[in-house]
Design a protein around this ligand. Structure first.
Ligand SMILES: [Zn+2]
Length: 504
């Protein structure tokens, strides 16, 4: 039955629209039945992921599928308040439908477990998303996905004014994957092409930037998969050529503010690792711990002067040896000292390291003095205004840019790997709640959220951004300044990795 469910889930991940929803929903129902017979956590969690995958694939059935998900989740956790919260959100997202009326009747039966009004108000705000963020420009980005990977180009709402200058060509080499970032003075259209190896000439991937101009070094030698990056001028723009040591899969997309092309190449097919999560153990050999900010970028600063960059580095430094000692996992820290590392470089390092999980560590900040607690983000399209604001601050760009990035990634993110990120994020929230529950009762679990974080863009592995607490809140700042609190947060990361590896 597990094998059949996996086969259906895989077929669902390859299909689109209603067919994808149908296959995923059948697989989910099979896993749910297995869980109800045998109570193995892996079956239950897999069913939850598959219901969500199905709901996202077909909006017309989303409400009903999410109700099933909520009921199962409540049974797994033995937590009727969770069921209430989820059902409440489902109804708020699709009011005045038949499904919403059924949910209303369920909520009445769960009246005893109704959470406090402020919790419900927040759920309603999130679900409505009416304060949501609009995309920059008029159209949505266009994606082409084929066997060789994906290309996403922007929808320009107006013609570029004057020439588009290439101001930098950043190179992040690796043996099996590499990233090249081309920084431009304004948004531009581009085309991607490939020329196979001919005799002694290496295979080449090229990107033509419409209207692009460039002055500077014309060739850069790099070690590893990309042997060389060359720039040339053509009649209607600039051409960037990557000379390749081996055949590659590519993902070419853009990031706004400043506008830049990201050319990710890898010898591993993009769908690998997208297979449904199997029961039992998951392969976790390498983990990347990404301490947010550093160097000239202090991140957020608390009312008493505590700096985010110092807290995040200390938590990463506490978690890394524990991961090695307790789980035998190799860790890579994107920074191990107080140095500046760009967001693009962090993801590139994680990909080159062939990490199985990526955890970016940050402290939250808000103008709202009431804002407290911990939350975990995944990179996904969202109309959640609060989440977009947080992403904007972490990206050092606008909320509109964060929303645009989320929309770009949505074009080629595959549902299965997104589901894995969400699953790991849920485990991290759960283990943080457990870890802080000893000694820090009442720290608010703000849940898993979705937004456009640059540092997660293009990661080849499940990737989350962990906002450990609000450094802007005086009480949480005081706690973040203690070794004990930081240790508990580091423990939470280690325990979440263990739970994920063990198939929970
Ligand atoms: Zn941060």
């Amino acid at each position: 039955m597990v094998a059949s469910a996996d086969a259906l889930a895989l077929a669902g991940a390859r299909a689109t629209g209603r067919e994808a929803a149908r296959l995923s929903a059948v697989a989910a129902a099979m896993r749910e039945r297995l869980w109800r017979y045998e109570h193995r956590p892996a079956d239950g969690l897999e069913a939850l992921e598959l219901y969500e995958t199905a709901a996202r694939a077909d909006p017309a059935q989303a409400c009903g599928l999410r109700v099933q998900r909520a009921l199962l989740g409540g049974d797994i956790d033995g937590d009727p308040e969770r069921v209430y919260r989820e059902l409440y959100s489902i109804r708020a997202a699709a009011p005045r439908t038949d499904c919403a009326r059924r949910v209303g009747a369920m909520l009445e039966r769960l009246e005893a477990f109704r959470p406090l009004p402020n919790v419900l108000a927040e759920l309603e705000r999130d679900a409505r998303g009416d304060a949501g963020v609009e995309l920059m420009g008029s159209g949505r980005p266009r994606a082409t996905v084929d066997g060789a990977g994906a290309v996403v180009v922007p929808a320009l709402d107006r013609a570029p004014s004057g020439p588009t200058r290439i101001t930098a060509v950043e190179r992040y080499p690796g043996e099996d994957s590499a990233r090249i970032v081309v920084v431009l003075t304004q948004p531009a259209l581009f085309e991607v092409g490939f020329i196979p190896k001919q005799g002694k000439l290496d295979a080449r991937l090229f990107v033509d930037v419409k209207g692009g101009t460039y002055k500077g070094q014309l060739a850069f030698e790099t070690p590893g998969l990309v042997k060389r990056v060359r720039l040339g001028q053509r009649k209607d723009g600039s051409r960037i050529v990557l000379d390749l040591a081996a055949p590659v899969f590519r993902k070419v997309f853009y990031l706004p503010e400043p506008f830049r092309l990201v050319i990710d190449v890898s010898t591993t097919p993009p769908t690998e690792g997208a297979a449904p999560v199997r029961a039992g153990q998951r392969m976790v050999r390498r983990v990347v711990l990404d301490a947010g900010h550093g160097g000239h970028d202090p991140g957020a600063t608390g009312p008493n002067g505590l700096r985010e960059k110092d807290v995040t580095l200390d938590i990463a430094q506490r978690a890394a040896p524990l991961l090695a000692r307790e789980l035998g996992v190799s860790t890579l820290m994107t920074r191990d000292t107080d140095e500046f590392v760009s967001l693009d470089a962090r993801t590139a390092r994680a990909n080159a390291f062939k990490a199985d999980l990526f955890v970016s560590i940050h402290c939250n900040a808000s103008e709202d003095p009431q804002a407290t607690g911990f939350m975990t983000f995944v990179l996904d399209d969202s109309r959640d205004a609060l989440a977009s604001e947080i992403a904007a601050r972490e990206n050092a760009a606008s909320a509109a840019a964060a929303a645009e990035l989320a929309s770009v990634m949505r074009q080629f993110a595959d549902q299965a790997s997104l589901a894995r990120s969400v699953h790991f994020a849920e485990l991290l929230q759960r283990s943080a709640a457990a870890s802080l529950g000893f000694g820090y009762v009442g720290t608010a679990d703000r849940g898993v959220r979705r937004a456009g974080f640059y540092v997660l863009a293009g990661a080849h592995m499940p990737a989350v951004l962990f906002e450990v607490s609000f450094i802007s809140d005086e009480r949480e700042e005081t706690r973040l300044n203690t070794g004990d609190y930081r240790q508990k947060l580091a423990d939470a990361i280690v325990n979440a990795v263990r739970a994920y590896r063990d198939g929970h």
